[in-house]
Design a binder for this molecule. Structure first.
Ligand code: 5AD
Ligand code: SF4
Length: 458
């Protein structure tokens, strides 16, 4: 979500006549769009702002903008610690970037943190704003902002506000527009996609219409998947407490929806899940996972796991390892618990786990999940996979990198370079825990999106 906001901020600045600078020295404006979900963004931010003070002092007219979660949370701290920042803005101010910058140029430093309640739909959803995308064949599409859950470790509800669903037709229209511009793959974004539409239905109900309060995510998947030209639909993230069979069925029955589910587990211990307020048990999680595999044999399943949540005992952790073994994830994003100021878990200091214990657990988890990842990758060897080209591999220009429908990274040699967005088939020859290798079989489809031609500024 944060990266998508950055694309929009860049898009707005471009729409206002700016262009991307290649080096700091060339730049007139630097925007830092902060995210504070896990790492210690604070330390990084203030360190970077220290360097930027020297940059700003070196030439008249240079401006610094700080946006995102951290300034939403700590606007006064940013002002106090770095008074040379020109604009401090929050997570609901993206659409105001240009105005705020102009205000700062004319009147001096400004701070603006808007409440979502005062903004209309078009400004609320970053997808409604101009954009400067890094890639032209795939696109993020926001379907919902904010989050109404109360996961004890999570800062998102505090910095992103309450959950608001974007109108159904706006989403579908944006996807149609993207498809008309040559985009073939979309990723629907929301903090808790399974509850998409709950607030829309409630609003209709309040206005007198007799509708059942049901979520609309399954309908959205079907509708987006039916947009001509859209060949791949992905989404992130679902919440196991709200996952119902209708969504899994919609995935299975919509050919464009990819065979990949990112399904955050967080912990395999029911006791820890309850402390986290996740609202499901490990067994319920596994039931849905099995249902997903029953409906979509071969689906790739990835997850997030937090190691060292306050009070996590050896036994709790063993349960996480047991579920990880049973689930056989294709990829696990493991995170060490990090206290986020303002969250419930940050107050559980008495139960914080010793860092050495956490590191040991983290390493044990890695040892359990890597062989599974390798096994799931090895199952692809000998198959011909549809791959969308991302670009040349970083290490070797003669090797292209792309993604399968399961979202697995594939490196494959080609006689000549293929444009990002090309669809091809690749014969998989080798597997590693984090990537596949293969050789090109056929080119299925060349991209149709326009190529971005750099325009020199005068
Ligand atoms: N500490 C560690 N991991 C966290 N996550 C969110 N908040 C924290 C935290 N305080 C992880 C969760 C979530 C992912 C996006 O980040 O696993 O699913
Ligand atoms: Fe955070 Fe939980 Fe909301 Fe996800 S569902 S954004 S983890 S509060």
């Amino acid at each position: 979500m944060n990266e998508h906001d950055s694309e929009r901020i860049a898009g707005l600045l471009e729409a206002d006549g700016m262009s991307r600078a290649e080096t700091d020295d060339d730049a007139d404006v630097v925007v830092l769009n902060t995210c504070c979900i896990r790492e210690n963004a604070d330390n990084k931010l203030y360190g970077t702002l220290g360097h930027l003070k020297t940059w700003k002092d070196a030439k008249d007219g240079r401006r610094i903008v700080v946006g995102g979660c951290l300034s939403q949370k700590d606007k006064d701290v940013v002002r106090d610690r770095a008074p040379w920042v020109d604009v401090v803005m929050g997570t609901h101010n993206v659409h105001r970037t240009n105005e705020l910058l102009q205000l700062a140029i004319v009147y001096g430093p400004v701070t603006e943190i808007l409440d979502e309640a005062v903004i209309d739909d078009h400004a609320l959803f970053p997808s409604a704003l101009p954009v400067r995308r890094e890639t032209s064949y795939n696109a993020w599409v926001t379907i919902q902002i904010g989050c109404d859950n109360t996961c004890a470790y999570c800062i998102v509800p505090a910095v992103r506000g309450k959950e608001i669903s974007r109108p159904f037709d706006d989403i579908v229209n944006e996807v149609k527009q993207l498809a008309a511009n040559g985009v073939t793959e979309v990723t629907l974004l929301g903090q808790n996609v399974n509850s998409y539409g709950r607030d829309i239905n409630l609003a209709e109900r309040k206005s007198g219409a007799d509708v059942r309060v049901k979520t609309m995510f399954a309908d959205l998947l079907r509708e987006v998947g039916a947009v001509p030209g859209i060949q791949r639909v992905r989404y992130t993230s679902p919440h196991p407490k709200d996952m119902r069979s209708d969504v899994l069925e919609a995935m299975a029955e919509t050919p464009a929806v990819c065979e990949h589910l990112h399904y955050p587990l967080q912990s395999g211990s029911d006791r820890v899940l309850a402390l986290m307020h996740r609202g499901y048990t490990a067994q319920r999680y596994m039931e849905q996972l099995r249902e997903a595999r029953r409906l979509m044999p071969g689906i790739a399943i990835t997850t997030d796991i937090i190691v060292g949540f306050p009070g996590e005992t050896e036994e709790d952790f063993e349960q996480t390892l047991a579920i990880a073994s049973e689930a056989k994830f294709d990829l696990v994003f493991a995170f060490i618990f990090s206290p986020r100021e303002g969250t419930e878990a940050a107050l559980m200091t008495e139960h914080f786990i010793e860092p050495e214990v956490v590191s040991r657990r983290f390493e044990r988890l890695r040892q359990i999940v890597e062989p599974h990842a390798l096994e799931m990758h090895e199952a692809r060897v000998g198959l011909v996979e549809e791959v969308v080209v991302e670009g040349p591999s970083r290490k070797n220009e003669g090797v292209m990198t792309g993604r399968t429908r399961q979202n697995k990274l594939v490196h494959f040699a080609t006689p000549s370079q293929l444009r990002p967005g090309t669809y091809c088939t690749v014969y998989i020859t080798r597997a590693a825990p984090h990537f596949l290798q293969g050789r090109l079989v056929d080119i299925l489809q060349e991209p149709t999106h326009k190529i971005r031609i750099p325009v020199a500024s005068v």
